[in-house]
Design a protein around this ligand. Structure first.
Ligand code: C5J
Length: 221
Protein backbone atom coordinates (compact mmCIF):
# COMPACT_ATOMS: atom_id res chain seq x y z
CA UNK A 1 0.00 0.00 0.00
CA UNK A 2 1.06 3.57 -0.55
CA UNK A 3 0.34 6.38 1.88
CA UNK A 4 0.69 9.96 0.64
CA UNK A 5 3.19 11.43 3.09
CA UNK A 6 6.00 13.93 3.50
CA UNK A 7 8.77 14.13 2.45
CA UNK A 8 7.66 11.40 0.00
CA UNK A 9 5.10 8.54 -0.10
CA UNK A 10 5.33 5.89 2.62
CA UNK A 11 4.97 2.34 1.30
CA UNK A 12 3.87 -0.39 3.68
CA UNK A 13 2.26 -3.79 3.98
CA UNK A 14 -0.15 -4.26 6.87
CA UNK A 15 1.44 -7.62 7.74
CA UNK A 16 4.85 -5.99 8.38
CA UNK A 17 3.58 -2.80 9.98
CA UNK A 18 2.45 -1.95 13.51
CA UNK A 19 0.22 0.90 14.63
CA UNK A 20 1.85 2.39 17.73
CA UNK A 21 -0.21 4.54 20.10
CA UNK A 22 2.07 6.45 22.44
CA UNK A 23 0.92 7.24 26.00
CA UNK A 24 -2.78 7.97 25.50
CA UNK A 25 -3.12 7.62 29.25
CA UNK A 26 -5.14 9.51 31.82
CA UNK A 27 -1.97 10.91 33.41
CA UNK A 28 -1.43 13.03 30.29
CA UNK A 29 -4.95 13.47 28.94
CA UNK A 30 -6.99 14.26 32.06
CA UNK A 31 -7.00 16.78 34.87
CA UNK A 32 -5.17 15.67 37.99
CA UNK A 33 -2.49 13.67 36.19
CA UNK A 34 1.19 14.13 35.46
CA UNK A 35 0.65 16.56 32.58
CA UNK A 36 -1.44 18.91 34.67
CA UNK A 37 0.90 18.75 37.67
CA UNK A 38 3.55 20.19 35.36
CA UNK A 39 1.31 23.19 34.74
CA UNK A 40 -0.06 22.20 31.33
CA UNK A 41 -3.53 22.63 29.84
CA UNK A 42 -4.46 18.99 29.22
CA UNK A 43 -7.50 19.96 27.12
CA UNK A 44 -5.09 20.69 24.26
CA UNK A 45 -4.48 16.96 23.77
CA UNK A 46 -8.12 15.98 23.20
CA UNK A 47 -8.12 16.82 19.47
CA UNK A 48 -6.01 13.75 18.70
CA UNK A 49 -8.53 11.29 20.10
CA UNK A 50 -11.32 11.19 17.45
CA UNK A 51 -8.94 10.72 14.46
CA UNK A 52 -6.92 8.18 16.45
CA UNK A 53 -10.11 6.24 17.23
CA UNK A 54 -10.97 6.06 13.52
CA UNK A 55 -7.49 4.86 12.60
CA UNK A 56 -7.48 2.30 15.41
CA UNK A 57 -10.83 0.89 14.27
CA UNK A 58 -9.72 0.72 10.63
CA UNK A 59 -6.37 -0.84 11.54
CA UNK A 60 -8.07 -3.47 13.70
CA UNK A 61 -10.50 -4.17 10.85
CA UNK A 62 -7.64 -5.07 8.48
CA UNK A 63 -6.02 -7.26 11.15
CA UNK A 64 -2.97 -5.05 11.75
CA UNK A 65 -0.78 -5.31 14.85
CA UNK A 66 -1.54 -2.71 17.51
CA UNK A 67 0.92 -1.54 20.16
CA UNK A 68 -0.05 0.74 23.06
CA UNK A 69 2.49 2.34 25.37
CA UNK A 70 2.19 3.85 28.82
CA UNK A 71 4.81 5.92 30.57
CA UNK A 72 4.86 4.23 33.95
CA UNK A 73 7.11 3.40 36.85
CA UNK A 74 7.30 0.57 39.35
CA UNK A 75 5.58 1.32 42.66
CA UNK A 76 8.98 1.40 44.41
CA UNK A 77 10.19 3.92 41.77
CA UNK A 78 13.37 1.88 41.30
CA UNK A 79 13.10 2.63 37.56
CA UNK A 80 12.62 6.37 38.05
CA UNK A 81 15.97 8.09 38.38
CA UNK A 82 16.14 11.11 40.71
CA UNK A 83 17.06 13.19 37.65
CA UNK A 84 13.54 12.50 36.33
CA UNK A 85 11.61 12.73 39.61
CA UNK A 86 13.30 15.81 41.01
CA UNK A 87 13.39 17.98 37.92
CA UNK A 88 11.32 21.15 37.81
CA UNK A 89 8.79 22.35 40.31
CA UNK A 90 5.57 20.40 39.69
CA UNK A 91 2.53 20.49 41.96
CA UNK A 92 3.01 16.72 42.49
CA UNK A 93 6.00 14.56 41.63
CA UNK A 94 6.10 11.10 40.06
CA UNK A 95 4.98 8.64 42.77
CA UNK A 96 3.04 11.24 44.80
CA UNK A 97 -0.64 10.58 45.42
CA UNK A 98 -2.96 12.59 43.17
CA UNK A 99 -6.70 12.48 42.45
CA UNK A 100 -6.22 9.48 40.08
CA UNK A 101 -3.79 7.62 42.33
CA UNK A 102 -0.01 7.80 42.39
CA UNK A 103 1.36 9.92 39.54
CA UNK A 104 2.80 7.88 36.63
CA UNK A 105 2.89 4.63 38.64
CA UNK A 106 1.93 1.30 37.06
CA UNK A 107 -1.46 -0.06 38.08
CA UNK A 108 -2.86 3.29 39.26
CA UNK A 109 -6.03 4.57 37.70
CA UNK A 110 -4.30 7.63 36.23
CA UNK A 111 -1.80 5.38 34.50
CA UNK A 112 -4.45 3.59 32.42
CA UNK A 113 -5.08 4.28 28.76
CA UNK A 114 -8.18 6.42 28.20
CA UNK A 115 -11.34 4.43 27.58
CA UNK A 116 -11.80 5.76 24.03
CA UNK A 117 -8.56 4.05 22.97
CA UNK A 118 -8.51 1.07 25.34
CA UNK A 119 -6.38 -1.89 24.28
CA UNK A 120 -8.19 -5.04 23.21
CA UNK A 121 -7.09 -8.44 24.52
CA UNK A 122 -4.13 -9.62 22.45
CA UNK A 123 -2.83 -6.15 21.64
CA UNK A 124 0.66 -5.34 22.89
CA UNK A 125 0.86 -2.99 25.87
CA UNK A 126 4.31 -1.67 26.72
CA UNK A 127 5.00 -0.07 30.09
CA UNK A 128 7.98 2.17 29.60
CA UNK A 129 9.96 4.01 32.25
CA UNK A 130 11.48 6.44 29.76
CA UNK A 131 10.22 8.81 27.14
CA UNK A 132 11.14 6.52 24.24
CA UNK A 133 9.16 3.29 23.78
CA UNK A 134 12.28 1.18 23.21
CA UNK A 135 14.32 2.20 26.25
CA UNK A 136 14.25 -0.56 28.92
CA UNK A 137 11.35 -2.41 27.24
CA UNK A 138 11.03 -5.52 25.08
CA UNK A 139 9.28 -3.65 22.25
CA UNK A 140 12.07 -4.25 19.72
CA UNK A 141 12.09 -7.99 20.47
CA UNK A 142 8.29 -8.18 20.22
CA UNK A 143 8.27 -6.39 16.86
CA UNK A 144 11.14 -8.47 15.48
CA UNK A 145 9.39 -11.68 16.51
CA UNK A 146 6.42 -10.63 14.37
CA UNK A 147 8.42 -9.48 11.34
CA UNK A 148 7.50 -5.81 11.78
CA UNK A 149 9.66 -3.33 9.85
CA UNK A 150 7.41 -0.26 9.63
CA UNK A 151 5.60 1.73 12.29
CA UNK A 152 2.66 4.11 12.11
CA UNK A 153 2.63 6.47 15.10
CA UNK A 154 0.06 8.51 16.95
CA UNK A 155 0.12 9.71 20.51
CA UNK A 156 1.04 12.29 23.07
CA UNK A 157 3.00 14.34 23.46
CA UNK A 158 4.39 15.04 20.01
CA UNK A 159 7.75 16.49 20.91
CA UNK A 160 8.46 14.31 23.95
CA UNK A 161 7.47 10.63 23.97
CA UNK A 162 6.32 10.43 20.35
CA UNK A 163 9.43 12.02 18.91
CA UNK A 164 11.74 10.11 21.29
CA UNK A 165 10.10 6.85 20.22
CA UNK A 166 10.43 7.69 16.53
CA UNK A 167 14.11 8.50 16.94
CA UNK A 168 14.70 5.26 18.82
CA UNK A 169 12.81 3.38 16.11
CA UNK A 170 14.96 4.91 13.38
CA UNK A 171 18.12 3.89 15.22
CA UNK A 172 16.81 0.31 15.32
CA UNK A 173 16.09 0.20 11.59
CA UNK A 174 12.35 0.87 11.46
CA UNK A 175 10.67 3.22 9.00
CA UNK A 176 8.08 5.28 10.85
CA UNK A 177 5.33 7.69 9.87
CA UNK A 178 3.64 10.06 12.29
CA UNK A 179 -0.06 10.78 11.74
CA UNK A 180 -0.22 14.55 12.08
CA UNK A 181 -3.78 14.78 13.39
CA UNK A 182 -3.37 11.81 15.76
CA UNK A 183 -0.72 13.51 17.86
CA UNK A 184 -0.90 16.56 20.11
CA UNK A 185 1.27 18.61 22.41
CA UNK A 186 0.63 20.99 25.28
CA UNK A 187 2.60 23.43 23.10
CA UNK A 188 1.16 23.83 19.57
CA UNK A 189 4.41 25.44 18.39
CA UNK A 190 6.37 22.40 19.58
CA UNK A 191 4.02 20.08 17.67
CA UNK A 192 4.49 22.10 14.49
CA UNK A 193 8.25 22.17 14.94
CA UNK A 194 8.38 18.43 15.59
CA UNK A 195 6.45 17.60 12.43
CA UNK A 196 8.89 19.77 10.49
CA UNK A 197 11.97 18.20 12.06
CA UNK A 198 10.73 14.62 11.66
CA UNK A 199 10.39 14.97 7.90
CA UNK A 200 13.29 17.39 7.30
CA UNK A 201 16.50 16.38 5.57
CA UNK A 202 14.81 13.65 3.52
CA UNK A 203 12.91 12.20 6.48
CA UNK A 204 15.74 12.06 8.96
CA UNK A 205 13.41 10.84 11.73
CA UNK A 206 10.61 9.56 9.50
CA UNK A 207 7.53 10.65 7.58
CA UNK A 208 4.38 12.61 8.42
CA UNK A 209 0.93 11.99 6.95
CA UNK A 210 -2.78 12.74 7.43
CA UNK A 211 -4.92 10.06 9.01
CA UNK A 212 -7.58 10.55 6.29
CA UNK A 213 -5.04 9.42 3.71
CA UNK A 214 -4.23 6.32 5.76
CA UNK A 215 -7.94 5.50 6.06
CA UNK A 216 -8.32 5.90 2.28
CA UNK A 217 -5.32 3.65 1.62
CA UNK A 218 -6.68 0.95 3.95
CA UNK A 219 -10.13 1.23 2.39
CA UNK A 220 -8.68 0.84 -1.11
CA UNK A 221 -6.71 -2.20 0.06
C1 C5J B 1 5.89 13.57 28.73
C2 C5J B 1 5.04 12.01 27.10
N1 C5J B 1 5.50 14.63 28.04
N2 C5J B 1 4.28 10.91 27.02
N3 C5J B 1 5.58 12.31 28.33
O1 C5J B 1 6.51 13.73 29.76
O2 C5J B 1 5.22 12.73 26.15
Amino acid sequence: MQLPALPFPFNFEVSHTALVLIDFQRDFMEAGGFGETLGNNVALLAAAVPPMQKVLAAWRAVGGLVVHTRESHRPDLSDCPPAKRDRGNPALRIGDVGPMGRILVAGESGNQIIEALSPLPGEIVIDKPGKGAFYATDLHAQLQARGITRLIFGGVTTEVCVQSSMREATDRGYDGVLLEDCTESYFPAFKAATLEMVRAQGGIVGWTADSADLLAALHKG
